[in-house]
Ligand binder design. Structure first.
Ligand SMILES: Cc1ncc(COP(=O)(O)O)c(C=O)c1O
Length: 247
């Protein structure tokens, strides 16, 4: 992910060296798969220029660029596809989770026509093609994506959440806020506090989960339909939970 080496070595320098090095162990990978914001990985946000750089690297080495938008797509970061503001055009995009519109089971793989070798109906299986999910997904796209109202609302709510999280982080040491749109996290330098804060929030009626390799991030992935008032209420609970654990 972006800044994997903590700013000490540019990520692409390392990646490209491995690709060019005959003994690097990375012989012509077919593709690179990336999340623009790592969800389970700890809400690690990739800069747009980093994504652009990755796209160029993939083109230089004949690797397909796959964006895994299962968690960050469908408006989670604002635009329908999370990579839109980076100005990249991935070869393959995966979508799932919110695409079902109402939590209904559905997943999509979008493939550039020149790479699409499937015949119609070839990719099939007993439980594929959930008609109810297809109808709900179509309706959700018609309802929320006819114009940019929903995207703007998500970005505005994201700002509201940012302000509240920044205020919470400012009250304590070793906390930092990460995220884009309505994918947010509070990262704790003392990793075990992530789990403790989520438990304290749960005890107060707010469901949160942790993310990151050491569960060091208290992660917020609220429904995009959450109202401003509900956010105010939820963020108050989160503030109380953090204060209780960190004070
Ligand atoms: C980024 C990402 N990709 C893929 C998956 C797996 O998705 P699915 O269960 O639809 O295969 C998840 C599930 O959490 C995810 O967060």
């Amino acid at each position: 992910y972006d800044n994997y080496f903590g700013g000490k070595i540019p990520d692409f320098l390392w990646f490209e060296k491995l690709l060019l090095d005959q003994g690097g162990g990375l012989n012509e990978p077919a593709a690179v798969i990336v999340e623009t914001v790592q969800g389970e990985g700890g809400i690690n946000v990739a800069r747009f220029e980093w994504l652009k750089g990755l796209e160029e690297l993939c083109q230089r080495h004949g690797m397909l660029l796959i964006v895994d938008d299962v968690q960050m797509g469908c408006g989670r970061t604002g635009p329908f596809f999370s990579f839109e503001p980076a100005g990249i055009t991935p070869d393959i995009v995966t979508l799932s989770k919110s695409i079902g519109g109402y939590g209904l089971p559905m997943a999509l793989t979008l493939i550039k026509p020149e790479h699409d070798v499937w015949e119609p109906g070839e990719h099939n299986g007993t439980f594929r093609g959930n008609n109810l999910a297809f109808v709900a997904a179509t309706r959700a796209i018609e309802e929320y994506w006819a114009d940019d109202t929903f995207e703007k609302a998500t970005l505005a709510k994201g700002e509201q959440v940012n302000r509240a999280l920044d205020a919470i982080a400012d009250r304590h040491r070793g906390l930092s806020v990460r995220g884009r749109g309505l994918a947010k996290g509070i990262a704790f330098e003392q990793a075990e506090l992530g789990t403790k804060v989520c438990k304290a929030a749960y005890d107060r009626g707010l469901l949160m989960e942790t993310a990151g390799p050491s569960d060091e991030v208290a992660k917020m992935l609220p429904p995009l339909t959450t109202s401003v008032d509900e956010f105010t209420q939820g963020l108050e609970i989160l503030g109380d939970a953090v204060d209780a654990v960190c004070t």
